[in-house]
Design a protein around this ligand. Structure first.
Ligand code: SF4
Ligand code: SF4
Length: 443
């Protein structure tokens, strides 16, 4: 049996979200491990491809996680529309493992929603799945857990979609520049491309394509500069506040469709919008905004006026955190979901139509050859927690998989984080406060 310390030393962090160190998650006790295979970001397909092409590893990773947390049950939450994926996985599942079919709705991959849909349990506002006896892991994270003892985390699977010649899922070395990924997908097919990293709904615009793929990069979308998603992600706060203050008619659609509100959490984006009319200090009087998961459903889908309640919530949240305001024991209606959740789910197909992605290929077949690159840049912080500390020097020769940066140690204890490894063999050509660059050996 592997240990959580081996998982930390292998560099495993959540590959589908913010990069929470997996060994910390697996140090708790839970009755169920849930694999998050919902993959609800439109046009991203890497998790489905991994289930098809790394089926045994996913099952092994799930088994290891169950053993570590003492879980009697393992669940893979996957959309019921992916029948061929389910049929591939089901015969490989071990005892006490099952598939929970999910509706094709957004954001079914939000772990609060996933835990509710698969276990019928509502994680309290501000809580984590462990609060209701569950641990949630992404598909790729589970595969990385399965590889512990054999290899460290040096690769990433990345979907490249939108206006590229061949939308696909690539297998790349960590630190691979984003432009190499675009090139490997056949390059852009439009004259004025913009690049969205991480997905249309929750991703961000990247203008510097020399930036590397990290342990949490799930995908890159290529879209025209005048695309709805690109335009909306470029609204600044002044524009959000000005338009929101004058045009919000308090219809509350944003709240009625907010997935966290539907779970019974006290997040009401229309109230955050109302606060735009208040003075600045009063704006942090909307404490429920702290529970916004930033899914963007309210801004890109729900609001009939095309306003931006998500960013108003985010701004409120930022102010609350800056003021060190917490909401202890917020009101919470765990009984609320039953009726409302069923009736108000947002179908992914309708979402794709509304945000202007219906014309793009919605498939991402895996190219399972490791993409060859000459240089990789490995950020020292690819996870939640402290930046790692380099343990190599410029000029050192390194081999793929070798540790090159470790968690800092304070009072004999490693900080929150996960170690970082050389993703290609070669020479360390640069180290600065943020990155380590490795240049490939010339054979
Ligand atoms: S849906 Fe739009 S108009 Fe309606 S309350 Fe929310 S932000 Fe205002
Ligand atoms: S982004 Fe909007 S819809 Fe999503 S959780 Fe936040 S307030 Fe609710």
């Amino acid at each position: 049996m592997i240990t959580v310390e081996q998982i930390a030393a292998a560099g495993v962090v959540g590959a589908g979200g913010a990069g929470f160190p997996t060994h910390v998650k697996l140090s708790g006790k839970a009755d169920t491990v849930v694999i998050n295979a919902a993959e609800c970001e439109p046009l991203l397909h890497k998790d489905k491809e991994l289930i098809l092409h790394r089926t045994e590893m996913l099952v092994e990773g799930l088994a290891r996680a169950m053993q570590l947390v003492g879980a009697a049950r393992g669940i893979v939450g996957i959309k019921k529309k992916y029948v061929h994926v389910t049929e591939t996985l089901r015969p490989k599942l071990a005892a006490k493992m099952e598939i929970v079919p999910l509706d094709d709705a957004y954001p079914s991959g939000d772990e609060f929603i996933l835990v509710y849909e698969s276990l019928g349990r509502v994680i309290p506002p501000g809580g984590i799945p462990l609060a209701v006896g569950a641990v949630v892991m992404n598909v790729e994270t589970a595969c990385n857990v399965a590889a512990v003892g054999i290899k460290t985390v040096t690769e990433k699977f990345v979907s490249v979609a939108g206006s590229v010649e061949h939308p696909c899922t690539l297998r790349v070395s960590l630190g691979t520049p984003l432009n190499e990924c675009i090139k490997a997908a056949g390059g852009t097919i439009i004259a004025d491309p913009a690049f969205v990293v991480g997905g249309a709904m929750m991703g961000y615009i990247e203008t510097d394509l020399s930036k590397p793929v990290t342990k949490t990069t799930g995908g890159v979308l290529v879209l025209p500069q005048n695309h709805f998603i690109v335009q909306r992600k470029q609204w600044d706060w002044k524009k959000t506040a000005r338009i929101g203050r004058t045009a919000c008619d308090q219809c509350s659609f944003c709240t009625e469709l907010c997935p966290r509100n539907l779970l019974g959490h006290p997040i009401e984006p229309h109230r955050a919008m109302r606060s735009l009319g208040f003075n600045l200090s009063a704006r942090s009087d909307v404490p429920g905004t702290i529970f916004c998961c930033e899914c963007n459903l309210c801004s890109y889908y729900s609001c009939p006026e095309g306003l931006d309640p998500k960013n108003v919530c985010t701004e409120n949240k930022r102010r609350l955190l800056a003021d060190k305001q917490r909401w202890e024991n917020p009101p919470f209606r765990p009984e609320r979901p039953d009726q409302q959740m069923r009736n108000r789910k947002t179908p992914t197909t309708r979402l794709i139509q509304k945000i202007g992605l219906a014309g793009y290929q919605n498939k991402g077949p895996l190219d399972d050859r490791l993409l060859e690159v000459q240089n990789v840049v490995l950020p020292l912080r690819q996870h939640i927690g402290a930046a790692c500390v380099p343990i190599v020097q410029p000029g050192n020769t390194v081999h793929i998989g070798q540790p090159i940066a470790q968690r800092p140690v304070t009072n004999g204890k490693p900080a929150l984080g996960a170690d970082i490894h050389a993703s290609i063999s070669g020479t360390v050509t640069e180290i600065n406060s943020e990155n380590i660059r490795i240049t490939a050996s010339i054979n």
